[in-house]
Design a protein around this ligand. Structure first.
Ligand code: HEM
Length: 315
């Protein structure tokens, strides 16, 4: 099933394309200075929607620190969406057996996750006393209710249908999450690719109910052991870009490394979140109704691309 597209429709104001010749002519007319006169809204805003973005902050208190909590959350939301966009592109490539083409969006995803992780720095100033100054005003609001985070988790293969229940009064959001849950995860697509490449993946794995969380399978683990051990795939001593510049197995090993990077960066986000929670509210209960720290630590135990990690013991 094709997943729904979450992008909003194109805005009415369009950005007019310009050729290099038109750009050169304009620079000559301007005497090398930037253009200062526009008939309409500046093209930058028509493209980036900066004026809209900067109107999206509605703090609940007068506390000067709340803005950084709010905007860091918004920045993270955007990164969740961007990372998920890259992962979906990687899925499209893998479904078409274009493994090398999938590497670029996966690497971009890992880099965006690095940017996402850096955003935690903006909250390192916050002590429990600082947080308490506006925490009550958040009511039951919690990042737990981030629909885009759930899309990201579901795309990575961490799946729990119960987690879409909070959205059942928001028909469109709920339908989009259901669609993501009904479609194969990135890991499902990787496993299907391995089967098409001749690895013995049992029918029960290929035909499983994709809405459920993938259960690690020894056959998938064995496939990864074989891929990383493949002599033809390189000298076995290099990793990443240079890994296996030669044989037919090399692109699968590059795929494995690109996926490992995504999983590791995502794991870093989860870990950084737990540390931020510990730092700003200790083991108090969460605003979303959970036990807080203990619940998050349990949630973190779920592994992204599990056989890619367990296979390393057998290599
Ligand atoms: C230091 C500030 C933060 C604290 C104290 C905090 C606290 C918590 C707590 C206690 C939970 C568990 C659910 C509940 O609320 O009961 C949670 C979940 C979550 N929070 Fe935060 N959070 C913070 C910052 C953020 C930020 C900036 C984001 C980014 C949008 C975020 C996203 C999430 C997500 C996605 C979950 C669900 C995690 C999962 O399902 O495993 N949190 N948070």
């Amino acid at each position: 099933m094709e997943q729904t597209d979450l992008r909003v429709p194109a805005p009415a104001t369009v950005v007019r394309p310009a050729t290099p010749r038109q750009r050169a002519a304009r620079a000559a007319r301007n005497g090398g200075e930037p253009t200062l006169d526009f008939a309409d809204r500046v093209p930058y805003d028509a493209y980036v929607h900066a004026s809209t973005l900067h109107r999206l902050q509605q703090p609940l208190s007068d506390d000067p620190g709340e803005m950084s909590f709010l905007m860091v959350s918004q920045i993270m939301e955007l990164y969740f969406g961007l990372t998920r966009h890259e992962l979906r592109e990687a899925q499209r490539c893998l479904r078409a057996d274009r493994v090398r083409a999938a590497l670029a969006p996966l690497r971009r995803a890992a880099l965006h996750l690095e940017g996402l992780n850096a955003a935690w720095k903006g909250l390192r100033w916050m002590t429990p006393a600082d947080f308490n100054r506006f925490r009550n005003l958040l009511g039951e609001g919690s990042g737990f209710q981030s629909a885009m985070y759930r899309h990201l988790e579901f795309t990575l293969g961490l799946r729990d249908a119960a987690l879409i229940r909070p959205f059942r009064r928001q028909a469109e959001v709920h339908a989009e999450l259901r669609a993501t849950l009904a479609a194969p995860s990135l890991w499902d697509d990787v496993v299907a690719l391995l089967a098409r490449r001749g690895f013995a993946v049992p029918a029960e794995v290929l035909g499983r109910d994709v809405a459920e969380e993938h259960r690690p399978h020894p056959a998938v683990e064995a496939a990864w052991v074989a891929i990383y051990d493949d002599e033809e795939a390189g000298d076995g001593e290099t990793t990443g870009e240079e890994a296996g510049a030669g044989g037919p197995g090399d692109e699968l090993r590059l795929l494995g490394e690109a996926l490992a990077e995504v999983a590791e960066q995502f794991g870093d986000w989860r870990w950084n979140h737990v540390k931020a929670v510990q730092r700003t509210m200790g083991a108090k209960v969460g605003s979303g109704g959970s036990a807080g720290l203990a619940w998050l630590q349990r949630s973190m135990a779920r592994v992204v691309f599990p056989e890619l990690w367990s296979a390393r013991t057998a290599m």
